[in-house]
Design a protein around this ligand. Structure first.
Ligand SMILES: [Zn+2]
Length: 179
């Protein structure tokens, strides 16, 4: 499970396909999700897979892979993806609610100004993260449980990335979201 910090999305300008690789977005631009879905279904019906549309160069995607529909935003925001455990740590540093809802989901939103204020305060009061070493323990039935820990300097690194996100959001007058 992971959490992504970003802003509310910008207007969608069209739909393309992607295999999931960084360079995997096709040049298609469909005006609606439904048009993209019909086209993709046509490929699937004709070939049994949709990898013929892939542009990434990876043979697994290009021959037998499956493509997904991707909404193209006019002005995508930076995003920061972290594990749930680390998201909770960051939310605590920011003085934000780090409790999951009944569904076990950790999500929320605040104004860009509020978020920036919290990041600046966190940067001021928690200047250096000593990290948490990874460790193993043996659970019930001899199962090995690995706790991933947190690298030294983790908080500073991530707070700097959140600062960039906050600046972007203020600039664009967009709300910060995480989910
Ligand atoms: Zn690919």
């Amino acid at each position: 499970m992971s959490i992504t910090f970003s802003t509310e999305p910008s207007p969608i300008t069209g739909f393309a396909f992607t295999c999931g690789h960084d360079n995997g977005r096709t040049e298609h631009r469909f005006g609606s999700y439904e048009d993209a879905r019909v086209f993709l279904q046509g490929e699937l019906d004709a070939h049994g897979y949709t990898g013929g549309l892939a542009v990434c160069g990876d043979v697994d995607c290009c021959s037998f892979g499956l493509m997904h529909i991707e909404a193209i935003e006019s002005d995508p925001a930076p995003d920061l993806n972290v594990t749930n455990v680390n998201a909770r740590h960051l939310l605590e540093l920011l003085g934000l609610d780090s409790e999951s809802d009944e569904g076990g989901c950790l999500s929320g939103s605040v104004s860009a100004e509020d978020f920036l204020g919290r990041v600046l305060l966190a940067q001021a009061v928690s200047p250096s993260d000593a990290g948490i070493p990874a460790r193993q323990e043996t659970g019930l039935g001899g199962v090995t449980i690995v706790h991933m820990g947190r690298p030294v300097g983790y908080s500073e690194d991530r707070l700097a990335a959140l600062r960039e996100l906050a600046d972007f959001a203020i600039n664009r007058r967009r709300t910060i979201q995480w989910c």
